[in-house]
Write a protein that binds this ligand. Sequence first.
Ligand code: NAD
Ligand code: UGA
Length: 321
Amino acid sequence: MSEKVVVTGAAGFIGSHLCEALLNDGYQVLGIDSFNPNYDVRIKRINIDEISGNGDFELIESSLNDLDLEKHVADAGAVFHLAAQPGVRDSWSRRFDEYIDANIRATQVLCEACRGKPLKRFVYASSSSVYGDTEQLPMNEAHPTKPHSPYGVTKLSGEALCLLYKRNFGLPAVALRFFTVYGPRQRPDMAFHKFIAGGLDGNPIEIYGNGTQTRDFTFVSDIVDACMRAKDYHGEESVFNIGGGSRIALNDALDILTGALPNEGVEVIFSDPVKGDVMHTYADIALARNELGYEPKMGMEEGIVREIEWVGSMRRKLHSE
Ligand code: NAD
Ligand code: UGA
């Protein structure tokens, strides 16, 4: 009998790739996803379309906040907690309630359910947004956490919850701080997805600020690899940066992206910076390298081409419905 693992946020961008990798490795996967309307739910259905027919995959369509989670995690070997309300720039104002429910409340409910269970690993999808705006680059895990967005505050709270359940009840938690993830299935609110869609449609691409902000972009298969390594980790560390290994200015990333699009002459407009956005991110990944054996593999030229191909195929599927 193969081992059971639980993946929350299973129909999302990163969660759906992780489920595929786990199924390929022979695990029985229980996916939980609320299919919330944060973005077009048809995209989430397409994300898990292929694995839906796999006999080792079971899907529960519900919010974590509404489930009797204990019975679902009781016989699991590992839990990957990716469900969240993501997105830095939308986390202001009344929408903050959604961030509290999904990122803090749901994490607490899940930690409670996992308490005292024979789990070997609990992997929490944390975020570079816990660090905030800094000139101290690259940032390592000891860098002060000073979130610059309400989203970052909730992701840091979620991380703190996992680690306090570890200290108090021995929850085998590790937090992986992902740095701006891209690739096939990237969320439609994220930069590359928006730029590709704008470019393909002949609409202007909007850059917030002057484009000199830098990001440590990380391809989704590298993130999945880090999750798999964290599952098998037996060491004592609790928090790891998971980045792509370099940083690039947004303007330079856009040059690579427009160069890879089939159409030429993409119009770019520069608008005001958006509150909550940090200027720079750059992960020091030495700890993940040393402890997890993590090494990012995907280069940006190839990674962007893969995302462009996916945006095209996803849109064809949506139009044929
Ligand atoms: P996503 O929105 O594509 O996936 C999250 C999924 O969680 C969605 O399908 C949503 O329906 C589900 N969900 C939300 N609230 C839920 C709840 N209460 N119960 C059950 N399901 C719920 O987002 P993503 O980009 O794949 O992000 C996955 C995780 O990685 C999140 O925790 C996010 O904070 C973290 N992260 C993402 C990035 C990135 O660049 N994409 C970077 C850092 C961290
Ligand atoms: C991303 C994810 O959206 C968050 O969920 C995640 O937690 C965060 O990474 C992280 O690393 O922790 P972000 O870096 O804002 O957040 O990712 P993108 O949406 O890809 O934005 C990258 C850059 O492009 C930002 O500077 C943003 O201001 C800019 N941008 C985005 C634009 O200039 N125009 C757009 O239309 C969208």
